[in-house]
Design a protein around this ligand. Structure first.
Ligand code: NDP
Length: 479
């Protein structure tokens, strides 16, 4: 199947007619072609967005809201086919795409379609000065949205929906590894009568297509989700043009378990927070720290549950762990397992590739639990982004806190305890953009989302996203 760029409401081949192979990770086979778009394709997408901007920025909020909600409904109507397409592109179980990725993409459009109608601006009466100030929240113009491969449509729409709701026109690039659902989304946008040129999707490589979006002098804001090194590079390229940037980057999140927690729920959720989506979620709790008094019991029970997870073909409904996204990513994760072993880590379970009958060339790996001796080892410090977690005991709250914070990342942290005072102490001091207590990845789209330290700059979610995608202009009137 040949994917095309979506420019000005039309489906187009890349100008230079260059194409990339699209792999199915579940069997390692090429199943389609993707445009390898050039700077000229990005320019064309920009021109189309620019032409659409004047009109789109003046549509009423009700009209924008209506179109976004229509897109949401059409996604829901096509849940099964989108879930299958996402799974084929990414390797994740169809069941996961059907219950998480696609419903969440639909929610993104519904949520921001509603949120824009509630997005109020401020006014201040300057008492004693006979003046009134009010703040306009104006769309920026043409904005760029660049997203990764792990939650393809979920994160793509997390950017596009607020950008469009706020009245911007968009040039977007999904990951070249997982472009399929973004392509299918463009068909839905046409069906929902999104005006031509309001959303433009160019497919291609990060270092060329993505870079051309970031380098474009008239694309005034970039919302990027991806790796920390790429985020740092984008920040450098964008800085001389004073672009507005939102960077949602890598994570190496602690999962801190105290002996006074609700054990069964903790155990169940910890399996999920470690291995959901093959461990390829920026929010996964990949560093597990357990209070020493309960460590041996947890270790035994956790390993038993992890060993019961079924690695298999993504379309098999009994599969818990599908394929990793690509051959090179599988190799990277395997390399980390070797690094961990060489650092003295002990594999408690997993660590090997899995051959799934009939799909021998797929990129499957056992969920892996590694007991480590020091929290400073590389496998505990660097983002692996696969089905590999480290575990280690701690003796005191202070020690747990120190180990939790002793990484360059600061995206999320999970805490398991029933002690309210400890909850307050720890959540105040954990260096993370999001702290979950006695749960994981429970999301309310009104809340701010983003990381500290090397996990990013800025917040998206709720009105934070609408603030990012608008410029605040204060008007002061003396009367
Ligand atoms: P990358 O940083 O490699 O890529 C992310 C996106 O940026 C892709 O579309 C990529 O294109 C593009 N890109 C790459 N280089 C450039 C460039 N020079 N200019 C512009 N765009 C570029 O990340 P991955 O796709 O590998 O995703 C995994 C990473 O994303 C992990 O580190 C993970 O933690 C992070 N992530 C963070 C989240 C958060 O909310 N904080 C959520 C999900 C993931 P291409 O794919 O074609 O190279």
């Amino acid at each position: 199947m040949k994917i095309q760029n979506y420019i000005n409401g039309n489906f187009e081949n890349p100008i230079e007619n260059n194409w990339l192979d699209n792999y199915n990770p579940s069997n390692g086979e090429v199943y389609g072609l993707i445009p390898n778009s050039s700077k000229e394709d990005v320019e064309k997408a920009y021109e189309s967005a620019k032409s659409a901007f004047l009109e789109w920025s003046k549509t009423t909020l009700e009209e924008r809201s209506r179109i976004l909600i229509k897109i949401s409904e059409l996604l829901e109507d096509n849940l099964q086919s989108f879930a299958e397409a996402e799974s084929k592109d990414n390797g994740k179980p169809v069941s996961l795409a059907k219950t998480v990725d696609i419903p969440r993409a639909a929610s993104n459009f519904r949520f921001f379609g509603n949120a824009i109608t509630q997005f109020a601006s401020e006014s201040h009466e300057s008492v004693g000065q006979n003046a009134i100030n009010y703040t306009l929240r104006q769309p920026i113009g043409v904005v760029g949205c660049i997203s990764p491969w792990n939650l393809p449509l979920y994160l793509f729409t997390w950017k596009i929906a607020p950008a469009l709701a706020a009245g911007n026109c968009v040039v977007a690039k999904p990951s070249e590894i997982t472009p399929m659902t973004a392509y299918l989304l463009s068909e839905i946008c046409n069906k929902a009568a999104l005006p031509k040129g309001v959303l433009n999707i160019v497919h291609g490589l990060g270092k060329s297509t993505g870079q051309a979006i970031v380098e474009h002098p008239e694309i005034k804001a970039i919302s990027f989700t991806g790796g920390t090194a790429t985020g740092a590079h984008i920040a450098k390229v964008a800085a001389p043009m004073f672009k507005k940037l939102s960077l949602e980057l890598g994570g190496k999140n602690p999962n801190i378990i105290f002996a006074d927690c609700g054990y069964d729920e903790m155990l169940h959720t910890t399996v999920r927070s470690s291995f959901a989506n093959q461990g390829q979620i920026c929010l996964c709790g990949s560093r597990i720290f357990v209070e020493a008094s309960m460590y041996e019991k947890f270790k035994k029970d956790f390993v038993q549950k992890v060993q019961a997870l079924k690695v298999g073909h993504p379309s098999d409904e009994n599969t818990n762990i599908g394929a990793l996204v690509s051959k090179s990513h599988l190799e990277k994760v395997m390399d980390y397992i070797e690094i961990g072993k060489n650092e003295g880590g002990k594999i408690l379970c997993g660590g090997n590739k899995v051959t799934v009958k009939g799909f021998e060339n797929g990129y499957y790996l056992e969920p892996t639990v590694m007991e480590i001796r020091s929290d400073e080892c590389r496998v505990n410090q660097e983002e692996i982004f696969g089905p590999v977690v480290t575990i280690m005991p701690f003796n005191s709250e202070d020690e747990a806190l120190q180990m939790a914070n002793k990484v360059k990342y600061g995206l999320s942290a999970t805490l398991w305890t029933n002690d309210l005072k400890r909850t307050m102490r720890m959540s105040n001091q954990l260096q993370a953009g999001i702290v979950w207590v006695n749960t994981w990845m429970m999301r309310d789209l009104r809340t701010p989302f983003g990381g500290v330290k090397a996990s990013g700059v800025g917040r998206e979610g709720g009105f934070e996203a609408l603030r990012f995608f608008t410029e605040a202009k204060n008007v002061c009137i003396k009367y």
